[in-house]
Design a protein around this ligand. Sequence first.
Ligand code: NDP
Ligand code: 2IT
Length: 448
Amino acid sequence: MSFKSAYLSDLMERVEKRNPGEPEFHQAVREVLESLEPVIEAHPEYVEAGIIESIVEPERIIKFRVPWVDDNGKVQVNRGFRVQFNSAIGPYKGGLRFHPSVYEGIIKFLGFEQVFKNSLTGLPIGGGKGGSDFDPKGKSDAEVMRFCQSFMTELSKHIGADTDVPAGDIGVGGREIGYLFGQYKRLRNEFTGVLTGKGLSYGGSLARTEATGYGLCYFTKEMLKDAGTSFEGKTVVVSGSGNVAIYATEKATELGGKVVALSDSNGYIYDKDGVDLKAVKQLKEVERKRIKEYVKDHPNAEYHEGCSGIWTIKCDIALPCATQNEINEESAKALVQNGVMAVAEGANMPSTPEAIAVFQNAGILFGPAKAANAGGVATSALEMSQNSMRYSWTFEEVDAKLHDIMVNIYHNCATAAKTYHMDGNLVAGANIAGFLKVADAMKWHGVV
Ligand code: NDP
Ligand code: 2IT
């Protein structure tokens, strides 16, 4: 899509020139700027105050060497990043991703989206993201620990409970957060809520592990309810088999859906009777094995190599929970042809712009990532609150707050879309509602 506004068109061009070789960042910025078209028409003051230009430029990018020694005594060198994107409404907040595909452009797209997502939660958190091209796959616990200690030795100079609070993302779960926290505490001689997703024995919040997947289903439930339907009796396809996918599967099943497929970066399983989640948890959370191992003990299930085939399975609801751009135009068309009625994004930016257009043109309910997967970071913010109070809420208390936050996010996005005459367009609704709160705060702060 081209822009109607010459200002936005110009700005997009500048973003592309200034951030060369970062297609994921361009994609994320373009989508938001497209949504903002009617907003700047109604509120030229945001343009006059330079807010739009500022919001696409990270406040700070930290890039560093991460040397560590592997089990063979060989020195390995990775690259670490932290992008502190926007702190207008609170300390920078967002996950760390450890995956070989990580480079500055990935962290920038994630940090940029985090700004709007965090705003949508209604909680006081700014946006940031970090990570490394380190691949935890196939590494021993000792190697992961040494890597995390080296990574934190540098990162600790730039973060703090009131400055920047990282958490998990792809390749960073409870094990990594533990090692990172231990090193921060040692270096600073401080026990603070500097990270979220911590273990329950040292300041973690109940329900944080489940929060992104559960929140995704609470959001989807509300979107379905608004359309007069529910998860009850629906066939669901979930991609990925990590933290988000596992707990989305758990909640979708609890709400009456039948999850028939899961995947990893090698392939997908199809179990027409509904996946055996206990077995998946054992494989993925405990043994750290590949999803194809599932079919060994489940003879009725099939395993197929390759990721994209999962979108050819007939389903009512699709929940992409693996990675960016995992649903392209062709996969979106296959889903639509097979009668999908709702798609909600657990992963960050899993649908390409062409795929989103296919869903929207077909009138399918579409819950964009910034809104639909905000439950993880929202619960991280609840972890920060509990750490500040030196107190902890019960699982039920946290889960009830998460539920209400997701229901509110859905309605705020739907209302914003309606206000700007894009009824039902939750992509625009999420971008606009997320933007307005941050932009307003930035305006009050002056040129900073
Ligand atoms: P995990 O590391 O726990 O799991 C990631 C899953 O996605 C694995 O099954 C992995 O397969 C698969 N995957 C990763 N990269 C690729 C790739 N390039 N191609 C195909 N499959 C891939 O991560 P999470 O579950 O935490 O994260 C999943 C998504 O959800 C990400 O987009 C993340 O940004 C997003 N998210 C996470 C939140 C959280 O709280 N954890 C919050 C909000 C969003 P394999 O094992 O083969 O690599
Ligand atoms: O993408 C995300 O929102 C996350 N990975 C969670 C970030 C967090 O700070 O909990």
